[in-house]
Design a protein around this ligand. Structure first.
Ligand code: SF4
Ligand code: SF4
Length: 400
């Protein structure tokens, strides 16, 4: 056994808690798509155990089946034996250490906000991106990412936004790496809603990426360093709660940070009855609701449909197969593109069949992955908007 394998063997051996009952199988999106044991949680746990017991070598077939796991957590949520499947998958990736140049570069750039503008420049540069695609270092899904980067206008986020009217509390806003680069609309809308409802919003410039991308791609020590920095930033008496807008980041923050009230923005709105302070006007639009697996399996948050149903005239339908991961899985859409694209097939068919005005989701990575799968024919005829539910509330309430 090599030294790396010996070092991580204790972390992998927890796979022997799996009693092979198979109750997780029907909930696994890759098993649902492929119908083979090696693409199921039970099959992957057998491989991990085989690696830990030196009965299996990490050859290309093993790596492929472990990498195609989207990290959705559906298996762990259903497992009666409480097998820590997600942790085992992360540890196995630490061992297998996917070391493609593009992955290493991406993980390096998202590590600190000072590098975000560099990341955006790299993605925006057509020549660099085309070259990376020619050498197979960037998947075609990156075209959508590139297009978004080219159209997205960054407006600087201030460090502090004062409450309007009576002060109800102080919020620390977690901005996230990808959200800060590509989805500042959601962050600005969150600030608008919270300040309107009486909350001071603090945006620390010292906060860093949540570390989920590093954790799920084998860079566990880096993920821990990032968590420690965020713990220092947010563990302060100045703020009452930390609010996140992306459920993928939220799942990582809630699992890593200690003694801090961390909450999803929609959960916060609901818990504090903030809709009572909004005068919601009609939005006549057909809306599909996508439910990210980080929201359902890891954070165990309820569907956002009841909240946005308060918007008059909004027609709401759940996206098909919301119980299954769409395949985005952090940067799975880039690192295991074939598998990730298979997982979104039925959802894309549903979007194309229903041709909605809006697709709403609490995870920007999912939005990007789904948007990039829509056929040119449909996107040329109709612009489907992908947005966070907080943006719908802000639009309906006409908050400036
Ligand atoms: S992971 Fe849990 S649910 Fe799945 S086969 Fe093992 S024990 Fe059963
Ligand atoms: S995390 Fe999701 S994709 Fe991975 S084995 Fe579990 S259910 Fe399957």
């Amino acid at each position: 056994m090599n030294t790396q394998l010996l070092m991580y063997k204790p972390n992998l051996s927890a796979a022997d808690q799996c009693v092979m009952c198979g109750m997780c199988q029907p909930h696994c999106p890759t098993y649902h798509a492929e119908h083979i044991e090696s693409e199921s949680p039970r099959g992957r746990l057998s491989m991990i155990l085989g690696l830990a017991q030196e009965q299996l070598k990490p050859d290309s077939s093993v790596i492929k089946h472990l990498e195609s796991c989207s990290g959705c957590g559906a298996c762990e949520a259903m497992c009666p034996s409480r097998v820590p499947v997600m942790q085992l998958m992360d540890n196995s990736k630490q061992l297998l250490a996917r070391k493609s140049l593009i992955l290493k570069t991406l993980l390096f750039l998202v590590r600190h906000p000072a590098r975000y503008s560099l990341l955006k420049t790299v993605i925006k540069n057509q020549k660099i991106a085309s070259l990376l695609r020619v050498f197979g270092l960037l998947d075609k899904s990156s075209k959508s990412l590139q297009k978004t980067a080219q159209t997205h206008q960054n407006t600087r986020l201030d460090s502090f936004y004062p409450a309007r009217g009576n002060i109800r509390g102080n919020i620390g806003l977690f901005t996230g790496c990808i959200t800060q680069i590509f989805d500042q609309t959601t962050l600005h809308d969150t600030v608008r809603l919270l300040t309107h409802c009486g909350y001071n919003v603090h945006i620390s410039q010292q906060q860093v990426c949540c570390g989920a991308l590093h954790q799920h791609n084998g860079e566990i020590e880096t993920a821990q360093l990032l968590s420690q920095q965020n713990q220092r930033v947010f563990h302060t008496k100045t703020i009452d709660s930390v609010i996140f807008t992306s459920t993928g980041c939220g799942a990582q923050l809630q699992s890593q940070l200690k003694d801090i009230a961390i909450m999803d923005v929609m959960q916060f709105i609901n818990k504090n009855n903030l809709l009572d302070q909004l005068l919601l006007m009609p939005i006549a639009a057909n809306t599909l609701v996508h439910e990210p697996c980080s929201q359902r399996n890891q954070l165990k948050l309820p569907d956002i449909t009841p909240l946005i149903s308060n918007i008059p005239e909004l027609a709401i339908t759940p996206l098909i197969e919301n119980q299954f991961c769409c395949g985005a899985g952090g940067i799975n859409m880039l690192t295991a593109a074939d598998s990730a694209n298979k997982l979104r097939i039925n959802k894309i068919k549903d979007i194309e069949a229903q041709s909605p005005d809006i697709v709403v989701t609490t995870n920007y990575g999912c939005a990007l992955h789904l948007a990039s799968g829509i056929s040119n024919k449909l996107s040329q005829n109709k612009k489907i908007e992908f947005c966070h539910p907080v943006s719908l509330l802000v639009r309906s309430a006409s908050l400036q």
